[in-house]
Ligand binder design. Structure first.
Ligand SMILES: NC(=O)c1ccc[n+]([C@@H]2O[C@H](COP(=O)([O-])OP(=O)(O)OC[C@H]3O[C@@H](n4cnc5c(N)ncnc54)[C@H](OP(=O)(O)O)[C@@H]3O)[C@@H](O)[C@H]2O)c1
Length: 318
């Protein structure tokens, strides 16, 4: 048996992925969630539906670097089956207000990128190869695609962490700023995944026979998930009631169950063993945006993230 950690596994995509993996008795599933009560309800549902006891919830708040460190310390002492996969799935989007993490970073950048950056580093020591890491991104990272979202706005990552210091954002509408922070964070997920994949290989930590594969997943639009928590009441109504009906007729719109199955496949399909540094849209391996392959931006993001998370050399194998 082997363990998979799924961040935000209590709802939406992460929950459906956990439900799918629970059908395979070789997985022990840890859903890592900010609200333990909600997470335990999700565990109970999965246990009842799948008749599986191989799942538990642990507390992880990605909006707190202290919580990320305490989660990984607790996991290290938990005596669970070997850690073989990490799915960085949790995500937030704010369109009505500016919010901050415990350390004072913009929440969207802090949760979607920085929290996962630190989490993965702290877990690298505990991963047992062959292993797989998946970052959940979104096609909204790609400005050449029509997604209804603003293009990502690349700049010094310090300004992504502290957007109030960015003069260009000063007079912009909060809805645009929030959506842009989201699409930019999804670009960061890809830059980070590709850079991690490269560094693991270059430093001999991931080899052909003992790979630590790092890939990116785009679920497509999945209306009805919890991602609309900060939408206006009207937008929430459309998200939960209208769009799910339309999803049957519009391409690139998926049910959460379909996307959960495709995400589970990225860590479970033997055919993908050793495939690393790739972007998957649902079941299809495809290209991400040109910008997401920019190695200079990836290095810049990496270095700033080390600084912002105060990652210590002894905390990572890289
Ligand atoms: N829905 C879409 O159309 C769509 C499209 C492309 C990509 N995605 C991506 O898919 C992923 C899953 O989103 P979803 O649509 O399934 O939304 P969701 O149902 O809201 O799931 C997001 C999960 O992240 C958790 N989370 C939020 N903040 C957290 C924090 N500080 N610490 C730990 N966990 C936290 C949420 O916990 P709570 O339940 O406590 O809020 C929830 O479990 C995200 O990365 C999103 O960007 C979604």
């Amino acid at each position: 048996m082997k363990t998979v950690i799924i961040t935000g596994g209590n709802s939406g995509l992460g929950y459906c992925c956990a439900q799918k993996l629970a059908q395979d008795p070789s997985w022990y599933i840890v859903i890592a969630c900010r609200n333990l009560e909600k997470a335990q309800r999700a565990v109970k549902r999965i246990q009842e539906i799948g008749n599986s006891q191989q799942i538990e919830a642990m507390t992880l708040d990605l909006a707190s670097l202290a919580s990320v460190r305490s989660f990984t310390a607790k996991f290290a002492g938990s005596n669970l089956p070997p850690l073989s996969a990490v799915i960085c799935n949790a995500g937030v989007q704010f369109i009505q207000r500016q919010t901050y993490t415990q350390e004072g970073f913009d929440t969207t950048f802090g949760v979607n990128h920085l929290g996962h950056f630190l989490l993965v580093h702290l877990l690298l020591k505990q991963l047992v190869a062959p292993a797989r890491i998946v970052f959940v991104s979104s096609d909204t990272h790609d400005s050449s695609k029509t997604t209804g979202m603003p293009a990502p706005y690349w700049r010094d990552p310090q300004l992504m962490a502290y957007p109030e210091q960015d003069p260009i954002l000063k007079n912009k509408n909060i809805g645009i700023v929030g959506r842009t922070a989201y699409t930019t964070s999804k670009l960061c997920n890809i830059l980070c995944a590709y850079e991690l994949s490269r560094r693991l290989q270059q430093q001999g930590k991931s080899t052909a026979s003992q790979p630590i594969a790092v890939n990116v997943f785009n679920p497509g639009l999945m209306p009805g998930s919890g991602l609309a928590q900060d939408y206006t009441p009207v937008a929430k109504f459309v998200w939960h009631n209208i769009l799910p009906i339309l999803s049957k007729f519009i391409p690139n719109v998926n049910t959460i169950e379909q996307a959960g199955t495709a995400l589970a496949r990225l860590i479970a399909d033997p055919e993908l063993a050793g495939v690393t540094g790739k972007y998957f849209s649902g079941f299809e391996m495809t290209n991400s945006s040109t910008e997401s392959y920019d190695q200079e931006k990836a290095r810049q993001l990496w270095n700033a993230s080390v600084e912002l998370t105060q990652l210590k050399p002894e905390e990572t194998i890289l």
